[in-house]
Design a protein around this ligand. Structure first.
Ligand SMILES: Nc1ncnc2c1ncn2[C@@H]1O[C@H](COP(=O)(O)OP(=O)(O)O)[C@@H](O)[C@H]1O
Ligand SMILES: [Mg+2]
Length: 347
């Protein structure tokens, strides 16, 4: 069996943390007073805007600022922002499955920068879930908690009911075998051809013979449409092909859970659509909990069974995609319709 360090090295091949700020334009409505704000409801089965505003106002009233709660400065829009959580109903709609993973009151800060501030989320088994949020909200930080590359300062993260922060190194090593991870750029080894890249986890983490490995690698490469490209080096491939190769590699150990960190970043809309289709097809074939992290709403419309909207270190709302796309919550509606108008402003 390979040692723990190799597994960690493989998992840690990630992009550097970003410092990007949300880029949505300044909202013109007034979230403080709860005045109705125009939301473009194109393509949404919707109640009237007034009804939307009323339901959201009620939700906000049920969610008054807790006078004892210390809200870290970096999560406030400005000095006058008493309650950055006014849109967070925290509503967890039924998903009709068991939770493959759970975040329970997770808090995580880097120095004075609080990223997760009481995150509660259940990720359903056997569905494609999407965690949506603007850049820099902590989506990648979430993923890293799932595989035990980061630990919460407070709270707990469960994978199949087992507490990740409480695992011994051996348990962590075993637990990570449940995961396939597709990082942003595919994270392939530049000096290895595609075939060897995809074979790598099998050679590293199993004692399968080369014949069996060849069967698996050929099948997975074919599945992602790269059966012809096994002898190519990563830099001879397009970005889309590198992602598909990363996907093939994420699948070779038959993972129960597959994590995709912004699989659509850097792809044009057509290739994004194709990749989304591929994710759906492969999920249909293999089952398991797929978690796709993205800020791309179109991808969410295409593939998500379940959606959680992350903002200011907490889930605003989570639930089946069809319900979230029709949510009466103004923030959720604004975010999922990609509109500049609404409570989500530039900060
Ligand atoms: N290892 C780290 N050390 C310090 N700060 C970090 C680290 N990882 C992430 N961050 C900070 O957390 C914030 C959220 O990062 P990230 O999860 O990468 O955002 P995104 O939602 O775009 O994936 C970033 O602003 C980044 O500065
Ligand atoms: Mg990220």
């Amino acid at each position: 069996m390979a040692d723990d360090k190799d597994q960690k090295d493989w998992l840690q091949e990630d992009e550097q943390p970003t410092t990007e700020q949300p880029t949505t334009e300044q909202a013109s409505g007034d979230p403080e007073s709860g005045d109705p704000i125009e939301v473009n409801t194109d393509g949404l089965k919707s109640d009237s805007d007034e009804e939307t505003a009323r339901v959201t106002r009620e939700a906000a009233q049920e969610n008054p600022p807790d006078p004892d709660e210390h809200i870290p400065d970096n999560l406030r829009a400005g000095p006058g922002d008493e309650n950055p959580y006014q849109w967070h109903t925290g509503l967890k709609r039924e998903h009709g499955s068991t939770d493959a993973m759970e975040f329970i009151d997770v808090k995580k800060s880097f120095g004075r920068n609080t990223i997760l501030n009481g995150l509660n989320l259940g990720v359903p088994d056997n569905q494609i879930s999407m965690i949506l949020g603007p850049s820099g909200t902590g989506k990648s930080v979430c993923i890293k908690h799932m595989v035990g590359l980061l630990y919460p300062d407070e709270g707990d993260v469960l994978v199949h009911g087992e507490s990740v922060p409480n695992m011994t190194d051996d348990e962590l090593f075993e637990m990570r075998k449940k995961f396939g991870v597709l990082f942003q750029d595919g994270a392939l080894f530049g000096s290895m051809n595609l075939w060897d890249n995809v074979a790598f986890p099998l050679r590293q983490h199993t004692d399968k013979g080369e014949d069996e490995i060849a069967d698996i690698v050929n099948r997975r490469l074919k599945e992602v449409g790269l059966g012809f490209a096994g002898d190519k080096l990563p830099n001879e491939l397009s970005g889309g092909m590198r992602k598909r190769a990363g996907f093939a590699r994420a699948l070779v150990l038959d993972p129960d859970i597959v994590l995709f960190d912004e699989p659509d970043s850097g792809l044009d809309p057509v290739r994004t659509a194709l990749l989304c289709e591929l994710i759906q097809e492969i999920h249909e074939e293999n089952g398991g909990a797929y978690v796709v992290i993205t800020h791309d709403i179109m991808s969410a419309r295409r593939v998500a069974d379940y959606i959680a909207v992350l903002w200011k270190g907490r889930i605003v709302e989570s639930g089946p995609a069809s319900e979230l796309f029709n949510s009466p919550n103004q923030f959720v509606r604004q975010f999922l319709s990609g509109e500049a108008q609404g409570p989500l402003g530039m900060e």
